[in-house]
Design a protein around this ligand. Sequence first.
Ligand code: SF4
Ligand code: SF4
Length: 373
Amino acid sequence: MRIVKYILVSIFETLLRFFPMPCKTGLREFGNPGPDSPVFLTCNYHLTVERVKRALKGMDCYLLVANSRGINVWCGAAGGHLNNHRVVSVLKTSGIEERVNHRSVILPQLAGPGVEPRAVRKKAGWSIIWGPVYAKDIPAFMEKKGEKNQEMRGVKFPPLQRIEMAVMWAFPLSVTAGLLTSLFWPRMNLSLNVFIWVFSFFVFLAFPLYSKWLLWRKFEFLRVSAFLWGTFLVGLLVYSVLLHSFDGKFWLWWGVVSLLVICLLSVDLAGSTPVYKSGLHEDRFFKVVLDKNKCRAAGCCEQVCPRNCFEVDRSHHTARMPRASQCVQCGACIVQCPFDALWFENQKGEKISPETIRKFKLNLMGQRALGMD
Ligand code: SF4
Ligand code: SF4
């Protein structure tokens, strides 16, 4: 019965994934936790909490749910909603300090852009351990006594996640299109909805085929739109040839409507892919610069980088960035480096200092919002 409920909740919330879905904050217990039991912390996005609860099943532990305004961990942390203040607040007000005799809390790695361990330690006396990216890896992470391999540190965009994103885009688009066509062009309702669902699935399932092309980081929006629209028009041409139908009105309707839907989908693919930053984000042209003279091989960058860009060479007391091209400019490494050995810099030599990155978090629209420290 619980699995059925979990599946139904997942389907419902995936359809509405576009919107924040807050749940109750505070302390939850799993199994029979004692004073030595581990303490986990996550955001208050309902779907995330459900997935973390599932991963913690069978363990004796505590889970703290911090207020992120109902936004998921990565977007919440990068947008300044899951921040030091919110973490300190739940540590201090949830009653966890009376339940455990240690002061270590395990946070999801993707909270790295928004939460600073030094600030949390100073304000609350707790130390942060960076857990894995995905909740499903928590049991393996605990078995390895808190050690993470590359697999646990990296974000991926597997087929299941791509299907979720396709649904997330298709549902609100098809509801809006359905309402509009019902009012003005009722005959087009079904075909337009079929188009939106089929096309959204095509865009996300075909993502691996064109994702490398997006990493050129120039004119992504135009290239993505041109590629998708071109593909659709070729399909339409084949359809017209097969049916011997070359009705001008039909072409005009589908040409305009498909271009609108495709532009909407292309505008912020980045909001739906963890492996590419869209043309809407100006900071995609900034690169992470590593100052080897300042680096002390502390390894925080390696622990939080979701694209595994770093390798720490402890014998030479320095970090390297052998996979720098995979960077998605999340800023986590810069926020976490205790020696300010990392910063953003663009081709013109303009810099964004670690101090600025820590103070102003990236939000979903690529603007910067003041963090609540
Ligand atoms: S976190 Fe900073 S000091 Fe530590 S390895 Fe990375 S760059 Fe070097
Ligand atoms: S190297 Fe890039 S992807 Fe990795 S943590 Fe730093 S900013 Fe994020």
